[in-house]
Design a protein around this ligand. Structure first.
Ligand SMILES: [Zn+2]
Length: 291
């Protein structure tokens, strides 16, 4: 009897395991660069696709290199959903495309007028070489995230047209979450007196633009700040009564700590690369509004 039951259980287990595996095989795979994009894509595809993320939690998407394993898994992907101008993408996308000509690459910031990197100060530095580049951090504002979500929907429907109806239904829910985050931001920032903040890496450029805030970045064209740049920031902090300096766990915070000491600002760790997109951003809004 016992033997019979265990055979039955083993049989059932292997049956369900097999059906899992074969189901998984049939699912289309898409790849995205960062976790907030995975969140958006996951909300739209539900259980119809697998969404892989290239840059894992805690890694820096400006400088990340993919593991050999990830490159193997990427070969199963039909589509790649990039942000558009992230350091990882600038370094790797054309190589990935060469290795895998059938991979369809989408830039999900398409249609967003991108902001050029610029200095907050008037002095020019020897090593900036006149190269300004485009700011890639489009997912950090609900207003630009809406465009990203729309582009993700388009890419997903092109990858798997037979489930279009479901994807469009899920998309409506995602947009209402983005709208809700937008209205929280508008409410919190409408009456904000202190509208300037310091940040190590300029991840909130689009948020600052869309809600009338001033971002002062410690990094200087993606590099460690010069002493002159640090001095400019200390002066700006005094002049604009800046109270907070944001850092991310993906970036070295040494210079931010020096700056915090010299300007009297409080260091706040933020997570704009969080999978929990709305929470990651709302935490930033709360931190700004409570200063
Ligand atoms: Zn960045």
């Amino acid at each position: 009897m016992n033997k019979f039951i265990s055979i039955l259980i083993v049989g059932l287990l292997s049956f369900s395991l097999n059906s899992c595996i074969s189901k998984k095989k049939d699912k289309p795979v898409i790849t995205v660069t960062i976790l907030p994009l995975k969140y958006f894509a996951d909300q739209i595809v539900g259980n119809k696709m697998d969404v892989m993320c290239m840059v894992p939690a805690g890694s820096n998407p400006e400088s990340y290199d993919p593991s050999p394993n990830q490159l193997v898994t990427l070969s199963k992907s039909k589509s790649y959903l990039a942000v558009g101008e992230l350091g990882f993408e600038l370094a790797w996308l054309s190589k990935l495309q060469q290795n895998q000509p059938a991979l369809k690459i989408y830039k999900t910031s398409k249609g967003i007028p991108l902001i050029e990197h610029k200095h907050n100060d008037s002095h020019r530095n020897d090593d900036d070489g006149g190269h300004f580049g485009l700011d890639p951090h489009t997912w950090s504002s609900p207003k630009t995230a809406r465009v990203i979500a729309q582009n993700i929907l388009t890419a997903i429907i092109e990858t798997d047209p037979k489930n279009e109806k479901l994807y469009r239904k899920n998309f409506v829910l995602l947009i209402s979450e983005i709208d809700q985050t937008d209205s929280v931001f508008s409410k919190k920032f409408r009456t904000l007196k202190n509208r300037s903040f310091l940040i190590y890496h300029p991840a909130l450029t689009y948020l600052a633009r869309d809600y009338g805030l001033n971002q002062y970045s410690v990094e200087f064209n993606g590099k460690e700040p010069t002493p002159q740049h640090l001095k400019m920031l200390v002066d700006a902090a005094k002049k604009h009564d800046i109270r907070v300096i944001f850092i991310q766990k993906e970036f070295d915070s040494k210079n931010a700590q020096i700056l915090a000491q010299e300007s009297g600002c409080k260091i706040v760790v933020i997570d704009p690369l969080s999978y929990q997109w709305s929470k990651g951003l709302t935490d930033i809004a709360i931190a700004l509004a409570s200063e």
